[in-house]
Write a protein that binds this ligand. Structure first.
Ligand SMILES: Nc1ncnc2c1ncn2[C@@H]1O[C@H](COP(=O)(O)OP(=O)(O)OP(=O)(O)O)[C@@H](O)[C@H]1O
Ligand SMILES: [Mg+2]
Length: 348
């Protein structure tokens, strides 16, 4: 306590470094940071000088001048631009820990199950470079399941499907660990891309990523309304033929059609999971159902479509966007216990 007062010992942190959002949990305090994984920088003599990170940088996406770039340093759940990712982590840590400390924090950080050893090392090194004295890795679906309140220590298998921005992680957990998993590079970003392509193809309207995401969040659905075309949204963009700005009305039915390809791919992957996993596990999941986490789980009717197509119970976690960081936080709080350490990925 004496150390903490004088900023000698930094509090330990748990980080959900996501393709779309980064969240930080501080030991003993809870989730204190939730920002888009976006960085705005200016190139000065070959060096990237960070201008803004997080929410502030996201507002600049698609609107910057020539010397400034706004990028997302993660793609498909893994680090695509190491220098920028490292700088982003540093800045986020600084936001939650403004006072410098003599003893730097231990950090628990998640990795997608599909990440290669090189990609895992990159995530680990970026957290080290961000200022950690020790980094512990946790598989994303383990964190998602624990954060969603699933009892993963049971011998009966349970299934979690975490639909983020870059990846959909499908995993079956039993006795505290992942017994079967698959990572699919098909999630929220692919839905936004599908929305852009659809409006270009059917309406000759060009829109950007942020507009596509807004349509998905406001009137997005995995299934067309039973009657009529459902909710509507006015959307502005540029006409692909004339080049002039135009506004159209987008309906729920249009969005359902636009998103059908990525939604089908996710549903098919979950279906395949049942074909590929050992039959005893499939039987357990039939009893216990599937838990959906991650921002993509908030797409309306995705649970309904999954239930219809797979005939297994499906629940959406409470606060799906927070499950992974909460799970990382639980592992952090229990770091000194065997149960807590069992949640972590063995050293690489
Ligand atoms: N209401 C909503 N309906 C549909 N999608 C949504 C909704 N709210 C958020 N999303 C989407 O969820 C995604 C972000 O989810 P999340 O924060 O779990 O991803 P992430 O952890 O950053 O990514 P990953 O785990 O793939 O690295 C974005 O693609 C966002 O557009
Ligand atoms: Mg995630």
């Amino acid at each position: 306590m004496f150390g903490n007062l004088f900023g000698l010992v930094a509090p330990d942190l748990a980080i959900d470094l996501g393709t779309a959002n980064t969240l930080i949990y501080v030991k003993g305090r809870g989730v204190v940071l939730d920002e888009p994984s976006v960085v705005a920088y200016v190139s000065e003599g070959g060096r990237k000088v960070v201008h803004a990170v997080g929410a502030e940088a996201k507002t600049m996406l698609g609107k910057t001048h020539r010397s400034m770039e706004v990028v997302r340093p993660l793609r498909d759940g893994v680090i695509a631009d190491f220098d920028v990712a490292e700088e982003m982590i540093k800045q986020f840590i600084k936001k939650v820990m403004p006072r410098p400390a003599l003893i730097s924090p231990q950090i628990v950080i998640c990795v997608p199950t599909g990440a290669t050893p090189v990609e895992r090392r990159t995530i680990l090194e970026s957290a080290q470079a961000g200022g950690a004295r020790k980094v512990h890795l946790i598989e994303e679906p383990v964190a998602a399941a624990v954060g969603a309140g699933l009892q993963i220590d049971d011998p009966a298998g349970c299934m979690v499907v975490d639909i983020g921005g870059g990846t959909t992680e499908i995993a079956v957990l039993s006795l505290g660990g992942v017994v079967w998993s698959r990572s699919l590079r098909e999630a929220g970003d692919k839905m936004d891309e599908a929305m852009i392509q659809y409006l270009r193809r059917t309406e000759n309207l060009l829109i950007g990523d942020s507009t596509a995401e807004r349509i998905k969040k406001e009137i997005g659905t995995a299934r067309a309304p039973d009657e009529g075309s459902g909710m509507t949204l006015q959307v502005k963009g540029r006409d692909n033929l004339t080049g002039v700005p135009k506004e159209i009305t987008v309906t729920e039915a249009m969005v359902a059609e636009a998103l059908s390809d990525p939604v089908n791919k996710i549903v098919e992957a979950v279906k395949q999971a049942f074909e590929q996993m050992p039959p005893e596990l499939a039987a357990d999941i039939l009893d216990r159902g599937i838990m959906l986490t991650g921002g993509g789980a908030m797409l309306r009717n995705l649970d309904v479509v999954l239930k219809e197509r797979i005939s297994v119970g499906v629940s959406v976690a409470e606060e799906p966007l927070l499950c992974v960081v909460k799970g990382c936080g639980i592992a952090l709080e229990r770091l000194n216990t065997p149960e807590g350490r069992r949640l972590l990925t063995p050293e690489i």
